[in-house]
Design a protein around this ligand. Structure first.
Ligand code: GLY
Length: 305
């Protein structure tokens, strides 16, 4: 028995990007499934599924990440292994192709949980990871446009980040994530992102923080997407895992965790979940969550946006 679910971000998807988004999450889940089907681990499946989306400029992760206010790409990624509560993450990483692979190396090759900025960069160099420029021309053009509008005052003030995102949902692009359970019953969750457009240099989002953007326990795992500041304040993935510990299945935990966000601070949120019995769940409060999932009981993945 195995299951895997992936997401490609929450919020508005421009009509011209719908086809590429559907194709992207489908390719990612099929890549993850190929690992699980062959008896591979959920760790390998999650890493591969996320790597596929990091290579796809449709998504805001790896190549195609959004730019900071200063025009840089600073990426965050994390991986969580449920049975051991192990967690590895990087934040503010630049110029590499697969931040999710580096996050996994933090978990497997160091005694730490989270490496940031220059230290994460040095660790990547030590691990022999080659430099890669993740900035695409499309993102550079969007950055110029958004920055200009922001400086003209169209987009509100920085302290009003929530209002800014509500007014301009196009600022929020697709973080990516995957959660899987393998034949051994091990649940792993992973998430990777460029963050949010026009973020200040050094801003850390929810993705690399345990219990915020990414979490897994012996009861299940979860990866979230949305405005990171909201996920950090509500610990949405830890909440979903707690719901599973109390007996809810993956869908109940996903719906309950998003309701909790709605009933408290109401920021944009989406989540994917797998429980230790292999069922999958997903929920969001924006009406749109690019996702795909497949289990050993299914002939074909289900895909939705
Ligand atoms: N959820 C991605 C971020 O806010 O960084």
């Amino acid at each position: 028995m195995y299951s895997i679910i992936v997401h490609g971000g929450v919020g508005r998807i421009p009509p011209e990007k719908e086809e590429a988004t559907i194709a992207g999450v489908r390719s990612a889940v099929l890549a993850g499934q190929s690992v699980l089907k062959g008896g591979g681990s959920s760790m390998d499946a999650v890493e591969l599924a996320i790597s596929v989306m990091e290579d796809d400029p449709t998504f805001n992760a790896g190549t195609g990440s959004v730019l900071t206010f200063d025009g840089e790409v600073e990426m965050d990624a994390a991986m969580a292994h449920g049975p051991t509560l192990s967690f590895g993450a990087v934040t503010g990483i630049r110029n590499i192709r697969h931040p999710i692979a580096l996050a996994r190396m933090v978990m497997e090759k160091t005694d730490h949980v989270l490496l940031q900025g220059a230290g994460a960069q040095e660790f990547a160099r030590m691990m022999g990871i080659p430099a890669h420029n993740p900035v695409t021309e499309e993102r550079r053009m969007q950055w110029r446009d958004y920055r200009e509008r922001f400086l003209r005052g169209d987009a509100g003030d920085w302290p009003k980040l929530r209002a800014l995102m509500r007014e301009h949902p196009e600022f929020l692009h697709g973080t990516v994530g995957a959660v899987a359970i393998d034949e051994q019953g091990e649940v792993v969750a992973g998430t990777s992102t460029g963050g949010v457009f026009l973020k200040l240099l050094g801003r850390v989002g929810d993705t690399p923080l345990p219990g915020a953007g990414t979490y897994a326990t012996g009861f299940g795992g979860a990866s979230s997407t949305g405005i990171g500041e909201g996920m950090m304040r509500t610990l949405i993935t830890k909440t979903a895992c707690d719901f599973m510990r109390l007996g809810l299945d993956a869908q109940g935990a996903a719906s309950g965790a998003v309701s909790m966000v709605d009933n408290t601070i109401g920021t944009q949120a989406g989540i994917i979940v797998v429980d230790c019995r292999g069922s999958v769940g997903f929920a969001n409060n924006t009406g749109r969550l690019a996702h795909a999932y497949v289990t050993s009981e299914m002939d074909e993945p289900r895909v939705g946006i």
